[in-house]
Design a protein around this ligand. Structure first.
Ligand SMILES: CC(C)(COP(=O)(O)OP(=O)(O)OC[C@H]1O[C@@H](n2cnc3c(N)ncnc32)[C@H](O)[C@@H]1OP(=O)(O)O)[C@@H](O)C(=O)NCCC(=O)NCCS
Length: 381
C-alpha cells in the first residue's frame, strides 16, 4: 500500500490548502454561502456592489460605507486612451478572454504602485481593477464588432454600466436586475481553479494585477469558465421541447457529456441554477426567445429522469448562457462576463490570503529514473 506522504492527490482533489471566511459551497445540501448569507438571500435583496463589499470586508455595508465604496469605484472607472486603443487593436481578431487577460496585465503595467506589496496598495489595486471591468468588458464586446467605446456613466450601478458600455443604451430596471443577479451568483465559488491560481500568484507577493491576470488565464479553459457557451449550443441543437428525449438519449448512448449538467461539488440541484431559471424564463419571454427556455426546461426533465439518481442536475451554466444570449451577448462574451463577476471573489480571497501569507510550494512525486546516469557527449548519443 502507498505511504501517506507519497500519496498523490491529482488536481489537489480533497486537499484543504487554506482557511477562508469568504464563502463556502455545500455540495450535499445545495447551499452557496457568502460570509454566512445564503445566495438566495443576497440574490433577492442585495446588489453586486454590496455583495462585492461583503466579500471584501466581511460585512454588509451601512449606507455611509456603501456610498464611500461606490464613490471609490466611480473615481477610477474610466479607461484611458491607451487602454481603449489596445482593446480596439486586438479585439477584432482575438478571443475576448485573451483580450481581457492582456488588458488587465497592461493596466497593471501602467500603475506605478504595482510593484508594491503593501496590503493597502493591494486593496487599492483590487478596487481599481473592479471599477474598470464594466467598461473593459463592455468595450471588448463592442470592439469585437467594430463599434466605438462608450464612457461609463458614474450614476449607473456596476451591472447597468456594464450593459450600457456594451450596448450604448441605459438598461431598464428589469434587465439591470437580471444582469445584477447573474453577477451576484458568480461573484465567488469556493476554492475553484481560477481562485486558486490567484492565491498561488499572490502568495509570491506579486501584485494584484498579476494575481487577477493568472485567474483570468485559468478561467479561460473550457473545463472552468466555458461550459455555458457549450450548454447553449446543445440547447440550440435540441431546438424544440419534443426533440429533447431522443436527442439526449442518443447523446447519452454515445457516452457524451451534456453540457450544463452535473457538478464536481453539487450532487443536488445547483442553487444558482434554480435562481437563474426564473430569470431565464422571464428574459427569454420578453426578448422573443421563449422556445429556448421551453426546450431547456424539457431537457432538464429528461436529464433528471435519466440521471437524477446519480446526482446529475442542471448547473449554473445551463441557464446563464441563455440569459446572456437573450440580453444580446455573443457567446464568446460569456466567460468575460463570468470574470466581471468573479473579480470580487478573486480579490477578496487574495487579500485574505496575504494577511497570513504562506508561499505555495506543493511537491510532485518523482517517477523518473533513479540514476545517477553517466553523461554521454552529444557526438556519442
Ligand atoms: C462537471 C463534471 C465534470 C462533474 O463530473 P463528475 O464529478 O465526474 O461527475 P459524477 O461523478 O457526479 O458523475 C456521475 C455519473 O454521471 C455521468 N455524468 C456526469 N455529468 C454528466 C453530464 N453532464 N452528462 C452526461 N452524464 C454525466 C458521469 O459520466 C457518471 O457516469 P457513470 O456513473 O456511468 O460513470 C461533469 O458533470 C461534466 O462534465 N458536466 C458537463 C460540463 C459542465 O456543465 N461543466 C460546468 C460545471 S459548473
Amino acid at each position: 500500500m502507498m505511504q501517506a506522504d507519497t500519496e498523490v492527490h491529482k488536481g489537489l482533489e480533497g486537499v484543504i490548502v487554506t482557511e477562508s471566511s469568504v464563502g463556502f459551497v455545500d455540495g450535499q445540501a445545495g447551499r452557496l454561502v457568502y460570509r454566512g448569507y445564503n445566495i438566495e438571500t443576497l440574490a433577492d435583496n442585495s446588489n453586486y456592489e454590496e455583495v462585492a463589499y461583503l466579500l471584501l470586508y466581511g460585512h454588509l455595508p451601512n449606507a455611509k460605507e456603501f456610498e464611500n465604496f461606490r464613490a471609490r469605484l466611480r473615481t477610477t472607472m474610466d479607461l484611458n486612451a491607451d487602454v481603449v486603443a489596445l482593446i480596439k487593436s486586438i479585439a477584432p481578431k482575438a478571443h475576448p478572454m485573451s483580450v481581457l487577460r492582456t488588458v488587465v496585465s497592461f493596466i497593471g503595467a501602467q500603475d506605478q504602485k504595482s510593484n508594491s506589496t503593501d496590503l493597502r496598495d493591494q486593496e487599492e489595486m483590487s478596487l481599481k481593477l473592479m471599477s474598470k471591468l464594466p467598461a473593459i468588458v463592455g468595450t471588448i464586446s463592442r470592439a469585437s464588432k467594430g463599434q466605438d467605446a462608450i464612457k461609463p456613466d458614474p450614476e449607473l450601478s456596476y451591472a447597468a454600466n456594464f450593459l450600457y458600455c456594451s450596448t450604448g443604451k441605459r438598461p431598464d430596471k428589469e434587465h439591470e436586475k437580471i444582469m445584477d443577479t447573474c453577477l451576484i451568483l458568480h461573484a465567488d465559488h469556493g476554492s475553484n481553479a481560477s481562485t486558486f491560481s490567484a492565491l498561488v500568484t499572490i502568495s509570491t507577493l506579486a501584485d494584484m494585477y498579476s494575481a487577477v491576470t493568472s485567474a483570468i488565464s485559468t478561467l479561460k479553459g473550457p473545463l472552468h469558465g466555458g461550459a455555458n457557451e457549450l450548454a447553449l449550443e446543445t440547447i440550440k441543437k435540441v431546438a424544440k421541447p419534443e426533440n429533447a428525449e431522443h436527442v439526449l438519449s442518443e447523446m447519452l448512448a454515445k457516452k457524451e457529456k451534456i453540457m450544463g449538467f452535473g457538478h464536481r461539488v453539487y450532487k443536488v440541484y445547483d442553487p444558482r441554477a434554480r435562481i437563474l431559471k426564473k430569470y431565464a424564463e422571464s428574459v427569454t419571454r420578453r426578448n422573443g426567445k421563449e422556445d429556448l427556455f421551453r426546450t431547456a426546461e424539457q431537457m432538464e426533465k429528461v436529464m433528471i429522469s435519466k440521471l437524477g439518481e446519480k446526482g446529475i442536475f442542471p448547473n449554473v451554466d445551463f441557464y446563464s448562457g441563455m440569459v446572456y444570449d437573450s440580453l444580446g451577448f455573443d457567446s464568446r462574451m460569456f466567460t468575460p462576463i463570468f470574470a466581471l463577476a468573479r473579480i470580487a471573489g478573486w480579490t477578496a480571497r487574495s487579500l485574505e490570503y496575504i494577511r497570513d501569507n504562506k508561499l505555495f510550494r506543493p511537491k510532485a512525486k518523482y517517477i523518473g529514473e533513479a540514476g545517477p546516469k553517466e553523461y554521454v557527449g552529444i557526438q556519442k548519443r
